[in-house]
Structures are given as C-alpha cells and as structure tokens.
Design a protein around this ligand. Sequence first.
Ligand code: ADE
Length: 400
Amino acid sequence: MADESQKWVLLATARTPTNIAVIKYWGKRDEKLILPVNDSISVTLDPDHLCTTTTVAVSPTFRQDRMWLNGKEISLSGGRFQSCLREIRSRGGDVEDKEKGIKISKEDWGKLHVHIASYNNFPTAAGLASSAAGLACFVFSLAKLMNVNEDQSKLSAIARQGSGSACRSLYGGFVKWIMGKDENGSDSVAVQLADEKHWDDLVIIVAVVSSRQKETSSTSGMRESVETSLLLQHRAKEVVPKRILQMEEAIRNRDFGSFAQLTCADSNQIINLAEKWNRAEGTPQVAYTFDAGPNAVLIARNRKVAGLLLQRLLYYFPPNSDADLNSYIVGDKSILQDAGLGGSKDVEALPPPPEIKDNIPSQKYRGDVSYFICTRPGKGPVYISDESQALLNPETGLPK
Ligand code: ADE
C-alpha cells in the first residue's frame, strides 16, 4: 500500500483522564525507562471535568510525524514521545476499512507517518498532571489507530515510558502502579484496585493556585531528591510499602478515616485549614495532598462535607472582587448548593468557621487561588467514534 497517489486519511480519537496520587512515587531507579523506587496509588479524576482529547491520523500523503498541542505545533523529537511511538508502531496490526478503500498491513506502520492533535481541557503545566493524561491519550489513541492487540496493562507500561504517572491514567477509579523488578521495566505496570463506582461519594476539590509554569519540573525535582536524600531512600524501602498495603485496605473498605490519614501523611506539605478542621471534628472530614505543582487537592468524604469544605475554602480564599462565583468554582458546580451558596448568596457574608475559637480575626488569602475545580473519582479512557468530535480534519489530516 504506502502508495502516495492514495489520498485517504484514517483517524482515531480518544479521551483520557488525569489522576492524583494519594501514595506518591518520588524518585526513579531508571530515568530512561521511567522506573520508580516505590509503588504508588492514585484516584482517577472525572474526565467530564479534567481530561485530554487526542486525535491521531495516518495517511500515505503525510511527509513526517507531526503534533499539535492545544492548537500549537510542537516537536515530537523528545525521547519520551519517540519511545511511545516506537513501542506502539512495532506492535501495529493489519487494518482494513473497505468503505474508505484503506488496507494497511502491519509491516507498513514503520513507513507511514502520523499526525496527532491533542487538547487539554485544563491549563497545561499548571501542575494538574497534564502529561499523565496527555501521554496516556497519546498511547491509547495510537494503539486504536494501529490496531494494537495488547491488554490495558501492557499499554500502561508503554505510556509509563512517556510520563511515569501516565500509566495510572489507563484505568478509572483507584489505581496502583506496581514498581516492578525487571530491569527492562516489563513488570512496571498499572493495575486497577477498584472502579470509580466502588467509592463514589468522595468529592475532590482542586485549588488551582497558579497557572504559571512550574519552577522545578517534577523530573528534575525527583532527580535531585533521589541523589541527595537518604530520607527518600528510607521512605521508598521502609515507609511506602506499608502505606501501600494500608491504602489498599482503606480503599477496599471505603474507610475514609484511614484514607485521609494516609493521604495527608504521604503529602509533603501542611494545610492549616484541613488540619484545624479535622482536629476540631475529632474524625477526618477531608484529606489533602500536593503534587509537584503548587495546587492543593482536597478530598472530602461525601457531598455534605464537601459543601462545608467549600464554605471554608471560600471564607479563607475569597475570589478577587471582579471574579464571579460561576467562574471561580468550575467542574461540578452543584457543590455550591451543598455549601448553601446557590443563587445570589454572597461569599463575603460567610461567617468564620466555628473551629476558629479565639477572637483574633483569621488571615484571608484573597486572590491566591485562581479557581477551584470540583470533581469526583472518574472512569478510564474511552474511544470516541463520532468523527465530528475529531480534532483533525478527516480530509486533510490537519488541525480543524
Ligand atoms: N503534555 C501536556 N499535555 C499533553 C498532551 N495533551 N499530550 C502530550 N503531552 C502533553
């Protein structure tokens, strides 16, 4: 086939979620293959609120591999994209579309070029795990286009070579990335612990504090940490293995007390609001965690608690006076009703939370949060067969 007189373009489109680690991987034992020093566990976030959509296309008329991210052409020459492309291409199968007169045999994938258009529905590089959703979608959509006959866990090992945490975005719900032992990384894969329906009353609120680029990328941050910190080696060998087992049990039993305690203990920062409130209530109401970016992720045990949490967040972090509540709270806005802030209710009139016992007025951080995303545990990747939703033009293979 690879006959250049043929003008056909074949497309595949997929949508993939982000994830937030509650037991984190912090350090790699192999930089190139992206092999971690410990297992990690994450919650997949609802793709209705945070996701990557990617369309991949192949045509005998394409002269080179090209990619557009959020409408701008980017280079595909980086080792991480190249590793994923190479791994998927080598596993491509035969494809036939009689209607379009397309016949590709598996040997052709090495000669054919691809076009890739990807769109994140949230700020890229704001510390919201965009590369996790992005690389998972890259691999998942290419695997569909090239008719790769591998199970999800094999695909997760390929996505891992693009971005470590991408392997966890191949599944919905609650996911474990097993660090593996093999030097070639073949057993460093993600597995699903439970699907998103298993524990569906959790509410997750992401406080997006800055859309600026991260100052230290997680890769270089991790490299420095592994090189410098004996503490991290102790963490990987002694602390995390126990936490992983405890977290698996907490998820299995929907035990929010243990889930919150383990999530907070595993995060490297302290959030006053959550600590104060959890202490005042006597039992954990909310878990908090941070990734390499500056954004805080808060997990409430249910919707009622999420409403009370949102009241507190809005009390301490009110929007700038020109911002309206509708753009300050995005995602599942119905949590505003649970917070008693539906309709025309005023954030400025919120009383201080009762756990502030002293009469010293507490400090407010107006404008420090750009916006809050309200979401929940969500499902894994899906293919989108409706061609009208593709990001590439089916005639030209160029961005729409
Ligand atoms: N990095 C951040 N977002 C991405 C995406 N959508 N695809 C590939 N890499 C990314």
